[in-house]
Design a protein around this ligand. Structure first.
Ligand SMILES: Nc1ccn([C@@H]2O[C@H](COP(=O)(O)O)[C@@H](O)[C@H]2O)c(=O)n1
Length: 625
């Protein structure tokens, strides 16, 4: 998790200090400035895709006009696109690949007595999705998984598809605990234009789920009798909507699923919609299939079309686009005055919800921007620099402890940029949404603690994806090699992206409709994926031209400075990584007879008064007022 794939820039935000930040109290968002430069390539069957929305239904309200639409705008757009599909006599399907909780106050700050996501999931469910599935974030805590499962069943019925996850529930009759499916294993349906679809919703082989949840590896799922029966006869298309990355170093977990289908149906089109790594990405497993990932945080609406479905003698033609999520994009593709009454009502409801959840409460005023991915973690413009040199050293301390703290942070726990200007409760939820507690191991020899960070970064979080294909962890050498490979690919991708940005910018003066007249392209996604083929115009799927974001590869773990002049330190960390820290210290001490083994019993709570999701609030109140 939190792996940085090298194919697109990841950072959000476009406020290099020049523009004044918008006041958080102002409702509504920064209006978009850019326009798409080409229309959507409609086919016989078309799909709009979202993934990893993490509660960002209000869109990006500050500093990021490219993603400033909201769920109400999207709802209107969907309605207009459905009308357009009917006018053309083609199909338009809607899919979402999971991770709807964790990452935004709108979904995480639900006031009691309601469970997390009560309001946001109800608003999310107004969009008439054809297939929705779970992500890993729905499964970290059992009560969240249980609530999400029941609400998605209620709202979506057979369209809630989760093929390989079980949950423990109480049997109504016997009162005993039984294992149930989290969602429907599959969906078989016929589209408005009469095409037969078989849909599945696999989750990657996720290990860090709560007790009471069971996830079956996709490679095992495809061997199940129910799956083999489900694919026995040929539909017109297979639709795979799952929370899995399109590529993890070598084969992705999608490959196993597509291959299993291919053993039975070599030429039935397979449309794959993935997610999880928060990037725009596209690959083709073969010429009868396309796989799309539609970014993160409701920045992107993915579009895939397939044409030529009526002619089985040649492979169909797949196309893909990444639409910047804003009102200009919606207007360009759906026409002026695209708003519908229902869409406008959703926009209104979202603003009221944000007010009701007190998301605009201000804790302080941030003096500058701090970015998640743009700069190395040691740069003063990086949020990790802020955390490790200022926030943690000033707040996470214990005067009663003789050993000074050495705090290790998993970078995956920090989720977004922190912008210059008013710092609000809403910002706090976007940056650190998890209720993780600070734990510690007391009096660890300094010489051992000193080697911990390097070791953790070699091994990765939870054993670096625990190499689901092989069932074992990568060795330190393999990990170092993979990191180097990633850096090389990223360098190549960055230079191609820059070249593309230059080429598109030169288009600005020649675009005939006159709507796209940027003197200086704004920063945004410039995505070098693997679906462009030989056509230069199709090399990049982004439908709005941008100058690429700066980006820097981030380590999996960072830490505060190691205290000097001390024999021992207290090693402090979030509860989420307790196993990583214990394993790490024991591995580093391994081989020495005298070395003690650290066990869960040795772990204690370090501070009670602050946790991950209140850390920045406490800091802002003290440092930014
Ligand atoms: N309580 C938690 C839960 C998760 N994390 C971090 O999030 C990562 C997973 O997020 P994805 O969007 O990549 O699925 C996970 O690897 C952790 O780094 C956490 O810190 N605390």
């Amino acid at each position: 998790a939190a792996l940085q794939l090298p194919f697109t820039a990841l950072s959000g935000g476009d406020n290099d200090g020049a523009k004044p930040a918008r006041l958080a109290q102002q409702p509504g968002s920064t209006p978009p400035v850019d326009w798409p430069y080409r229309s959507l390539p409609w086919g016989d069957l078309n799909v709009l895709a979202t993934t990893d929305t993490h509660g960002w239904l209000l869109g990006h309200q500050r500093n990021e006009p490219s993603y400033s639409g909201d769920w109400g705008d999207y709802y209107s757009f969907v309605q207009r696109m459905k009308e357009e599909a009917r006018r053309r006599g083609v199909d338009l399907l809607l899919v979402d690949s999971g991770d709807r909780v964790d990452g935004n106050g709108l979904v995480d700050a639900e006031p009691s007595p309601h469970p997390k996501g009560y309001t946001a999931l109800s608003i999310f469910s107004r969009v008439p999705y054809d297939v929705v599935t779970t992500g890993n974030h729905e499964l970290y805590k059992f009560p969240v998984a249980s609530y999400v499962s029941s609400v998605m069943h209620d709202k979506f019925g057979d369209r809630w598809v989760v093929s390989n996850v079980n949950i423990t529930a109480q049997d109504e009759v016997t009162g005993r605990e039984v294992e149930r499916l989290l969602g429907n294993r599959m969906r078989r349906f016929t589209t408005e234009q009469g095409r037969k679809v078989v849909a599945f919703g696999p989750l990657f082989d996720f290990k860090a789920h709560a007790a009471g949840i069971a996830v079956q590896a996709p490679s095992a799922m495809v061997k199940e009798q129910w799956f083999q029966e489900a694919i026995a006869s040929a539909p017109d298309v297979f639709l795979l909507v799952g929370h899995m990355s399109l590529r993890i170093e070598a084969d992705s977990e999608w490959t196993a699923v597509v291959r299993a289908i291919r053993e039975v149906h070599p030429t039935v089109p397979v449309l794959v919609f993935g997610g999880h790594h928060h990037i725009r990405d596209c690959v083709q497993e073969d010429e009868y299939s396309m796989s799309l990932a539609s970014g993160r945080y409701f920045e992107t609406v993915g579009f895939m079309s397939v044409a030529g479905l009526n002619d089985s003698s040649t492979p169909p033609v797949f196309k893909r686009r990444y639409i910047d999520q804003n009102r200009n994009s919606y207007e360009y593709h759906a026409g002026k005055g695209f708003d519908t009454d229902e869409g406008k009502a959703i926009t209104q409801e979202l603003a009221e919800t944000a007010r009701r959840f007190n998301l605009t409460d201000q804790f302080g005023v941030a003096p500058q921007d701090y970015f998640l991915h743009r700069f190395p973690h040691t740069d003063r413009r990086s949020i990790f620099h802020l955390l490790t040199t200022s926030v943690l050293p000033s707040l996470i301390t214990r005067p009663d402890r003789p050993s000074p703290p050495y705090t290790v942070l998993n970078t995956g726990s920090i989720r977004f940029d922190l912008f210059k200007g008013p710092f609000t409760r809403g910002d706090q939820w976007q940056i650190l949404p998890f209720a993780n507690n600070f734990l510690f191991l007391r009096d660890v020899p300094r010489g051992l603690a000193e080697r911990l960070l390097h070791h953790l970064n070699l091994v990765g979080e939870h054993g670096f994806a625990e190499a689901s294909q092989t069932g074992r962890e990568y060795t330190a050498e393999e990990r170092a090699w993979l990191t180097q490979q990633g850096a090389d690919v990223r360098a190549a991708a960055d230079s191609a992206a820059l070249e593309h940005a230059h080429r598109l910018r030169s288009l600005a003066t020649t675009t005939p409709d006159g709507r796209w007249r940027m003197r200086r392209a704004s920063e945004g996604y410039v995505t070098l994926d693997a679906c462009g083929g030989d056509d230069p115009a199709e090399q990049f799927g982004d439908d709005t031209a941008h100058r690429p974001y700066r980006s820097a590869r981030q380590p999996v773990f960072v830490a505060t400075a190691l205290p000097h002049k001390t024999e021992q330190v207290d090693v402090v960390f979030f509860d989420f990584i307790v196993i990583d820290v214990l394993r790490g210290l024991n591995a580093l001490g391994g081989g020495h007879k005298a070395a003690r083994r650290y066990r869960l019993d040795d772990v204690e709570r370090y501070v009670e008064w602050v946790s991950a999701n209140t850390l920045m609030e406490e800091y802002a109140k003290r440092a930014w007022n």
